[in-house]
Design a protein around this ligand. Structure first.
Ligand code: PBG
Length: 325
């Protein structure tokens, strides 16, 4: 054969493969989700997330120091609220002495440069385990948005760099932006979970925070996974309302959505490599059916290749370890 072009030339050795590689992971790509618990010296492994823990604040602060020393620059905080603090208003969410607010302060005191992002949604504080206030069996939009604004302002007051509304209520980005502006938090960012789908893959996360919905499902606010155009509509609206970063969630079954969103907006796009996606790799690796490290890198690279500028992932530390190897 006399071929004009032999595509295998640029795959011949690791040297040339690395020279032409299009997508490279770095520590700057990652946001590290952290689960925080009350207590001292508490470190509880999450059953459905082997190797991942819910830690008390003292343990969390040490963890954040370690993350910073590894080159990781952003954390995304989730707290497990005590049952007795849960109600249908979610008011613990804006308690200035709440676990979230104490955590933000402690982390910023210990590692001021760490970029602290916070989950904004009522589910950890809701006696119904829903992301919003419940009335007559419905998750009511506008009252929930008022609560989310209070929650966001209280996170900003505690020192959060960026709030991350994960609730999927309508109009919350604009309302939160207005609330932050009116209270002079002009440097506090908003990372909107813009295209968040109603997914079975959130299961392990709900174990971690004991936040599974007490009735029904989240399909009246989270998106139908059959839809693509709706993701663009949601995301474009969030950008117009003032989101600094938008998010597609989950990541793996939604790589097409990440790409479309990336092409449609002019703000950074993040993707959340969620708990169920973590659990699947862990479970298959435990059985010896896949190579864990290789699976981690392939999955994270695919999310970045799809268009994610940032990836929230429980594998961030593993990825750094593998990259440094
Ligand atoms: C709740 C929230 C969820 C996740 C992040 N914020 C779960 C849900 O919507 O039920 C999921 C994260 C993961 O599965 O890793 N607002």
């Amino acid at each position: 054969m006399h071929l004009q072009r032999r595509n295998r030339i640029t795959r011949k050795s690791e040297a040339i493969r690395s020279l032409v590689r299009e997508t490279i992971l770095t520590p700057d790509d990652f946001i590290v989700p952290l689960f925080i618990d009350e207590g001292v010296n508490v470190k509880t492994e999450i059953t459905s997330m082997p190797g991942y823990y819910r830690n008390s604040l003292d343990v969390t602060v040490n963890e954040v120091k370690e993350l910073w020393s590894m080159g990781l620059k952003a954390v995304l905080l989730f707290v497990k609220s005590k049952d007795e603090l849960k109600d249908n208003t979610g008011k613990e969410a804006w308690n200035k002495d709440g676990l979230m607010q104490r955590s933000i302060k402690a982390i910023k005191d210990a590692v001021p440069e760490m970029y602290v992002m916070t989950d904004v949604a009522l589910d950890p504080y809701s006696s119904y385990g829903h992301d919003g206030i419940v009335k007559d069996g419905q998750i009511v939009n506008d009252e929930t948005v008022e609560a989310l604004v209070k929650m966001s302002i209280s996170h900003a007051e505690a020192g959060a760099d960026m709030v991350a509304p994960s609730d999927m209520m309508d109009g919350r980005i604009g309302a939160i932006r207005k609330g932050l502006e009116e209270n002079n938090f002009i440097n506090t960012g908003i990372m909107s979970y813009s295209a968040k789908y109603a997914s079975c893959f959130y299961g392990p996360f709900r174990d971690a925070l004991d936040s599974a919905p007490g009735f029904g499902d989240k399909k009246t606010y989270q998106m139908d996974y059959a839809n693509r155009i709706e993701a663009i509509k949601e995301t474009v609206m969030d950008v117009e309302e003032g989101a600094d970063i938008v998010m597609v969630k989950p990541a793996l079954s939604y790589l097409d959505i990440i790409r479309e969103v990336k092409n449609a907006v002019n703000v950074p796009v993040s993707a959340y490599n969620i708990s169920g996606e973590y659990a699947m790799i862990k479970a298959a690796a435990e059985k010896g059916w896949i190579n864990e490290d290789k699976a981690i890198m392939e999955v994270l690279t695919s999310i970045k290749r799809a268009g994610a500028d940032l990836i929230a992932t429980y594998f961030a530390k593993d990825a750094i370890r593998i990259l440094n190897h």
